[in-house]
Design a protein around this ligand. Structure first.
Ligand SMILES: Nc1ncnc2c1ncn2[C@@H]1O[C@H](COP(=O)(O)OP(=O)(O)OP(=O)(O)O)[C@@H](O)[C@H]1O
Length: 633
């Protein structure tokens, strides 16, 4: 007995007869009739409710959204366009087109023969069109985006007969962090099918990925290597990015293949993978273009440091380097490899002015990370933090975007330029973005279209800001409840990272020592004290840890903080702890939230309605108090 999907397929005409037969006779096996990837894709299309007899009209985003997306993907697009031109020349003949789409299946660019372009335009194949499976059924771009691997879709393998005269070959493009970042596609009419197209598209995609790798790691040491010297400058060479201490930041796919079985992951050290001494290797790289490199299992490679001139000698400095400039922000502890990877992603995004969204529990360091992003971006303007939870709804638009004198009752004399303007050339940090009123979300969305502020009652002007937003609220739940716009989230989180809670970090000891040194440089923690502290749950995360360490250092008067002092403080800590555990039952969760709110509000009242005092007393952020106050209203 066929299910509804199977019946709809059978009804769809002669081209489905074979598959219908396979379903009936072999219990759903498509073997022998079409490639499994295509069969699976058809099944997904049917599950999505697509009907091949009634293809939906092509769907396009607005020109403004297309421009915005093209801008957002500018780095990968720049690299892709260069490859697309080469690819177009390589695959000669007419009736041919090369396309590039975003990871979301939005067609961004096309290079092709005039005649083919005109014909495809009619079929909706032009920039701005959405080519996911949901929109166009089985097709090269959409199916490769879904599978995250190369795919070829020939003629009647397309789900909708409208595309049966096309042959499409597509390959995904991955960023160095492993995220899908675009799809490259070569399409021709069925008659001009070319045998080498698939290999050429795959090579072009790798070339783009390597270009991205080099761009992302321009400021790091870039090593290319291969076990045969003549392959050093080809696509099969491995690429490795390391920092000046020899810590591995990233390895491309070829490097992972060449170093198969060795720990070449981000966070590991050069010495974990290679027998060759790191400092000697870097210094030698300045003297000769090529040198040998031996891995930990004895394989020999020929290697080159691609950007060696940027880096100083490691082992024998000839001239003493000037002391590095003082860091703009207190150092961001990131000895945990997961945190190190987050920091690296944030630095890369900030260097490219991509909007960043930082998620994480209270006190996990979201603002600190935003400050780090600002410092890493080397932007000359200011870091301007805005707490969306703390601003009254009625004033938040004026505060953010500014206003002209006399534009509303209570407006300051001379007006105000607004926080966006203040952050011009710098970074605007929108903390507690989930608490932004819905009406203002629309204004922010419009701003993100053209980066232009329109002060209340004043003239508009363009600003150049790096946007970092943060939240510890469940934005997905807010979206489901209509309190947060999904389209805004999509624009704010070009890069989205989540800082783990302190209890899940492997660098607790480093954080504790770092935080104590900031609170009291003369105090020290014994290893036993660190062990006891690490056992706690730390609902308030690093902020709570800082408060506890301040209290301990005061009690120990700048001396050595031992296990006994920590043990004595633990009872106190446990009693005062605000629960961070996430109970499974909704009711229990709600009950705990109410309890927590009551606790926050009573501390606020006890502190004489002083938010900062209450937050300090409880070891929570001021945001938590602000939220409790808003929820009370
Ligand atoms: N990686 C880090 N290294 C050193 N100090 C840190 C780090 N992360 C956070 N801190 C310190 O922890 C405290 C809390 O950090 P921060 O205010 O950035 O947290 P948050 O997540 O923004 O909190 P909230 O959501 O409650 O506003 C600050 O004193 C900050 O300096």
């Amino acid at each position: 007995m066929l299910d509804q999907g199977g019946q709809s397929m059978l009804l769809a005409g002669r081209r489905l007869d074979n598959i219908g037969l396979a379903l009936e006779q072999r219990g759903g096996s498509p073997a022998g009739y079409m490639p499994v990837d295509i069969y699976d894709s058809w099944m997904r299309c049917i599950a999505l409710g697509l009907d091949m007899r009634r293809p939906p009209p092509p769907e396009f985003v607005s020109p403004a959204t297309l421009r915005q997306e093209q801008q957002r993907c500018s780095l990968v697009r720049g690299l892709a366009l260069a490859e697309m031109h080469t690819l177009h020349q390589q695959i000669s003949g007419s009736n041919f087109m090369v396309a590039f789409a975003s990871a979301e299946g939005l067609l961004l660019d096309i290079i092709g023969d005039r005649s083919f372009r005109d014909a495809s335009d009619a079929a909706g194949i032009r920039p701005g069109a959405l080519w996911t499976e949901r929109h166009c059924g089985t097709n090269g771009l959409g199916t490769a985006a879904h599978l995250k691997r190369p795919v070829a879709v020939h003629g009647d393998q397309h789900f909708f007969p409208r595309y049966n005269n096309l042959t499409c070959v597509a390959a995904p493009i991955f960023a160095p962090d492993g995220e899908l970042t675009g799809i490259l596609d070569a399409s021709s009419d069925c008659l001009s099918r070319q045998t080498h197209t698939q290999a050429l598209v795959g090579m072009a995609a790798t070339q783009i990925e390597n270009g991205l790798f080099r761009e992302y790691h321009r400021g790091n040491i870039l090593i290319a290597f291969h076990n045969r010297g003549e392959y050093l400058h080809t696509l099969s060479a491995g690429l490795l990015a390391v920092d000046e201490d020899g810590r591995i930041l990233s390895a491309n796919r070829a490097a992972r293949v060449l170093l198969h079985g060795l720990p070449a992951a981000a966070g590991r050290h050069f010495a974990d993978v290679f027998r060759t001494d790191f400092n000697r290797f870097v210094d030698e790289g300045r003297r000769s273009e090529r040198q040998s490199l031996e891995d930990d299992v004895g394989s020999q490679f020929v290697a080159t440091i691609e950007n060696t001139r940027q880096f100083p000698m490691m082992s024998q400095p000839i001239v003493k380097a000037p002391p590095p400039p003082a860091p703009a922000v207190a150092e961001f502890v990131s000895a945990d490899p997961a945190i190190a990877a987050i920091v690296r992603q944030v630095e890369n995004a900030a260097a490219r002015k991509m909007p960043i969204l930082v998620r994480g529990e209270t006190g996990t360091g979201k603002e600190q990370l935003a400050r780090h992003a600002h410092a890493a971006s080397r932007r000359s303007g200011s870091f301007v933090p805005v707490n969306c939870a703390a601003l009254p709804d009625s004033l938040i638009e004026a505060e953010l975007f500014g206003y002209a004198e006399g534009s509303f009752t209570g407006a300051r004399k001379g007006g105000a330029s607004g926080l966006f303007k203040e952050a011009d050339g710098g970074t605007l940090f929108l903390d507690e973005i989930g608490d932004m009123p819905v009406s203002l979300q629309a204004v922010l969305l419009r701003f993100l279209d053209d980066w232009t502020v329109r002060p209340v009652g004043g003239a508009k002007r363009k600003v150049d800001v790096q946007l970092v937003s943060a939240t510890n609220a469940d934005l997905d739940e807010s979206i489901a409840k209509g309190r947060f716009r999904a389209d805004l989230l999509f624009r704010l989180n070009t890069l989205e990272v989540t800082l783990p809670p302190l209890r899940e970090r492997s660098d607790f000891a480093d954080i504790a020592r770092h935080v104590l040194a900031r609170v009291d440089p003369s105090a020290r923690l014994t290893p036993g004290a660190i062990e006891r502290l690490a056992e706690l749950e730390w609902a308030g995360n690093i902020r709570q840890l800082r408060n506890v360490l301040s209290r301990l250092s005061l009690a120990e008067q700048g001396g050595l903080i031992g296990e006994a002092a920590v043990k004595a403080a633990i009872g106190d800590l446990t009693a005062k702890r605000l629960s961070a555990s996430a109970p499974s039952s909704g009711g229990l969760k709600r009950g705990l939230r109410d309890l927590q709110r009551a606790q926050l509000l009573s501390a606020y009242a006890e502190a004489g309605n002083n938010v900062s005092k209450a937050a300090r007393k409880l070891g929570v952020s001021r945001n938590m108090i602000y939220r409790a106050l808003r929820e009370q209203d």
